[in-house]
Design a protein around this ligand. Structure first.
Ligand code: GCO
Ligand code: MG
Length: 403
C-alpha cells in the first residue's frame, strides 16, 4: 500500500486549522492535524514544499520509518514547525492503518486500559464570584475536574477568560497580536484567594487545576505553589517558561503543589530532564505538536518509568482530529492522568465529523476504524484561511513578557 498523494487543507471554521490528507494507491484516506496556532502557514509550507514530495510512492504501513525519515532526514531537526508537520503526517498514517485493519487506533495500540477518558473543563470569570459560579456550572454538567482562571484586579485582560456561552476559550484574533499588560505581583496576591473561595464554595470533591501560562520566575512559581498547598491543587500548569528545565529543581524543592508542563514542547528531548529527575508530575504535550502518536507514545513511556502521568494538551487550537488522536493514546496508556478538553467553536462541527462523545466528565471513542474523525472538504472550502494571532504580553513599563 503506497502513498499516492499528500494534500494540505487550511480552513477557518471559527479558527484556523491545518489538515493533512494522505491518500493511498488503493484509495484509503487518512486525516491528520497539523495546526500550529498563529503560525499555521509555516507548517503548510513545510508540508507542501518539503514533506509531500518525499512521501509519494512510500509504503504507507511503515509509520515508524516515515517518522524517522522525516525527523532525521531533514538534518535540521527539532522545533515546533517540523514536529507539527511530522505529527500531522503520523496521525494520518495511523488513521490509514486503523481503517485498513478495520479497528480503532486504540485497538492497534494495545486496547483499552480504561472505560473512558477523564477530562477537565475551563471555568473562568472576570472576578472571583463569576469564576466560582462558573466552576459550579461545570460541576453541574458532570465534570470531575475543573481548571479555574480569573481576571487579575487592575488588569484589563489576561490569559484564560472565556467569552460567550460555549465551553471554548479562543485567544487568537486579529491580523496583528493584541497587546496585553501583565503584573506578576498582582497575580501572586490574587490567585490564592481565588482558590480559597472555590474550595469554600464547592469543597474538595473534585480536581482543581490552574494554568500559570509561563508567566512567573522560578522563585515566584515556588511562592505560588506554596500558597496554593492548602487548596490541594491537581496541578499548577506551566509555572515558569520551560526552556530552562533545570529551573524546575528550584520550584520542586520548595513546594508540594503538583506541576504540569509540556504544551509547547516538540519532542522527548524537551522534557528529558524534567521527567528523569522527577521534577514534574504531569507531562502535557499536544499530540500533533509532539510528532504525533508515534512520538508522543515514546514520551509517555519515558514518563511512566519515572512516575510522571499524562495530561494531554487539548485546547480549541488542537482540531478534533488531534483531540481524537490523544484520546486513543489516553485509553491505552498505563500512566494516563487527565485530558484537557474545551470543545470547538461553531462552525467547526460542519468540517469535522468527530466520533467521540461526552458523558459525566469523560470522553469516549466509539468503534469507528482509524482515528474516527472524518473531514467534509466542501465545508472546509467554505471557510478560507484568515490570519489570526495570539496576544502578546508587556509589563507596565512596556517590556515584553511571556504571554
Ligand atoms: C491550555 C493552553 C492554551 C494555549 C493555546 C495557545 O492550557 O489550554 O495554555 O489555551 O494558550 O493552545 O495556542
Ligand atoms: Mg496551558
Amino acid at each position: 500500500m503506497r502513498i499516492a498523494a499528500v494534500d494540505v487543507i487550511v480552513t477557518c471554521p471559527g479558527r484556523n486549522y491545518v489538515i493533512v490528507k494522505i491518500t493511498t494507491d488503493d484509495g484509503v484516506v487518512g486525516w491528520g492535524d497539523a495546526t500550529l496556532n498563529g503560525r499555521e502557514q509555516s507548517v503548510v509550507a513545510y508540508l507542501r514544499e518539503h514533506v509531500a514530495p518525499l512521501l509519494v510512492g512510500r509504503d504507507a504501513t511503515r509509520i515508524s520509518d516515515i517518522w524517522q525519515y522525516l525527523y532525521r532526514g531533514s538534518y535540521w531537526r527539532r522545533g515546533s514547525v517540523a514536529a507539527t508537520a511530522i505529527g500531522g503526517v503520523d496521525i494520518a498514517l495511523w488513521d490509514i492503518a486503523g481503517k485498513v485493519a478495520g479497528l480503532p487506533v486504540y485497538r492497534l495500540l494495545g486496547g483499552r486500559a480504561r472505560d473512558g477518558v477523564t477530562i477537565y473543563g475551563h471555568a473562568s470569570g472576570t472576578d472571583i464570584d463569576g469564576a466560582v459560579a462558573d466552576v459550579g456550572d461545570f460541576l453541574a454538567r458532570g465534570y470531575r475536574a475543573v481548571r479555574v482562571q480569573a481576571l487579575v484586579p487592575g488588569l484589563t485582560s489576561n490569559y484564560g477568560l472565556r467569552h460567550g456561552t460555549g465551553l471554548t476559550y479562543e485567544p487568537a484574533a486579529g491580523e496583528l497580536p493584541d497587546e496585553e499588560t501583565w503584573d506578576s505581583a498582582a497575580y501572586l496576591d490574587f490567585v490564592p484567594g481565588l482558590m480559597k473561595r472555590v474550595r469554600e464554595e464547592h469543597g474538595y470533591g473534585f480536581h482543581l487545576l490552574h494554568d500559570v501560562h509561563h508567566r512567573l520566575s522560578a522563585n515566584e512559581a515556588a511562592q505560588l505553589g506554596r500558597s496554593l498547598e492548602p487548596y490541594r491543587m491537581f496541578w499548577m500548569e506551566d509555572p515558569t517558561p520551560a526552556e530552562d528545565q533545570a529551573a524546575f529543581r528550584l520550584i520542586r524543592s520548595r513546594t508540594t503543589t503538583p506541576i504540569a508542563v509540556g504544551e509547547i514542547f516538540s519532542g522527548i528531548w524537551d522534557c528529558q530532564l524534567l521527567i528523569s529527575e522527577r521534577l514534574i508530575d504531569y507531562i502535557r504535550v499536544a499530540v500533533p505538536h509532539a510528532g504525533g502518536i508515534t512520538h508522543t507514545r515514546r514520551i509517555w513511556d519515558l514518563a511512566d518509568l519515572y512516575g510522571v502521568r499524562t495530561g494531554s494538551h487539548g485546547p480549541g487550537d488542537v482540531s478534533p482530529i488531534g483531540i481524537a488522536a490523544a484520546l486513543h493514546l489516553d485509553l491505552v496508556a498505563p500512566n494516563f492522568g487527565i485530558q484537557e478538553y474545551m470543545g470547538h467553536l461553531d462552525p467547526a462541527g460542519e468540517v469535522f465529523r468527530a466520533g467521540y462523545s461526552y458523558g459525566e466528565g469523560m470522553l469516549d471513542l466509539g468503534d469507528a476504524p482509524g482515528i474516527g474523525v472524518e473531514v467534509d472538504e466542501d465545508a472546509a472550502a467554505r471557510y478560507p484561511y484568515s490570519p489570526k494571532y495570539l496576544p502578546v504580553a508587556r509589563l507596565a513599563d512596556g517590556s515584553m513578557h511571556d504571554w
